[in-house]
Design a protein around this ligand. Structure first.
Ligand SMILES: [Zn+2]
Length: 207
């Protein structure tokens, strides 16, 4: 075979507009609502910018409240189906701290904040990341109904499974605000004014 046709690496980058959203953020977050407000804002701008779907995630140092990384869904910008917000945020956090285990130092626990319960892919990505806390705006069918994105075959007991593995779960932080972003995206997409990506010919959209 001709090995020269094979790709040898791949990468995904954070869109530069995210930095504009971060410069006026506090040095340290005091509340989950502060963190989720940023996540919802990034999610809304992400689909408007055409980078990817209406999803964002941040990794925060649980002790100090400092931002470790920010991520948005860059499936469209990167051409990578796995480049969901959680994967981007966790990967950038691991790049920042220089290791694959974000929980390697028990004195520096880290958490991920996402604007909905992770999809089936990101469920695994969060499990293996080393974070010790997951904060989500909500859980339930609203996301799929409003946006058309397929979350995959998630377990009913997903939160218990996280807890069993030492990952505390906090739900329903700024839930209404998250739903407002999904509703807005759904309306814009239905009007043909948002870039919609679909990996399967007749299937639902991949988050
Ligand atoms: Zn995902």
């Amino acid at each position: 075979m001709d090995v020269n046709r094979l790709a040898l690496d791949y990468s995904a980058s954070l869109p530069m507009w995210v930095l504009e959203e971060l410069v006026d953020e506090p040095d340290a977050y005091q509340t989950d609502e502060q963190k989720m407000a940023l996540v919802n804002r990034l999610a809304r701008r992400n689909y408007r910018e055409g980078t990817g779907g209406p999803f964002a995630a941040i990794v925060v140092d649980s002790e100090t409240g400092e931002l470790v990384s920010a991520g948005v869904n860059v499936v469209l910008a990167s051409g990578l189906s796995a480049a969901h917000a959680e994967v981007v945020a966790l990967s950038l956090a691991q790049a920042a701290v220089g290791g694959w285990d974000l929980g390697a130092d028990a004195a520096t626990p880290r958490e991920i904040i996402v604007n909905w319960r992770p999809c089936v892919q990101c469920y695994g990505a969060v499990l293996w990341s080393g974070v010790t806390r997951l904060v989500v705006a909500g859980d339930g069918p609203e996301l799929e109904h409003l946006t058309g994105f397929d979350e995959g075959p998630m377990r009913e007991d997903w939160a218990e499974q996280f807890e069993t593995r030492g990952i505390a779960v906090t739900e329903d932080v700024l839930r209404d605000e998250a739903i407002a972003v999904f509703r807005e995206y759904g309306e814009v997409a239905a009007a043909g004014e948002a870039t919609v990506y679909n990996a399967r010919a007749q299937g639902a959209l991949e988050r």
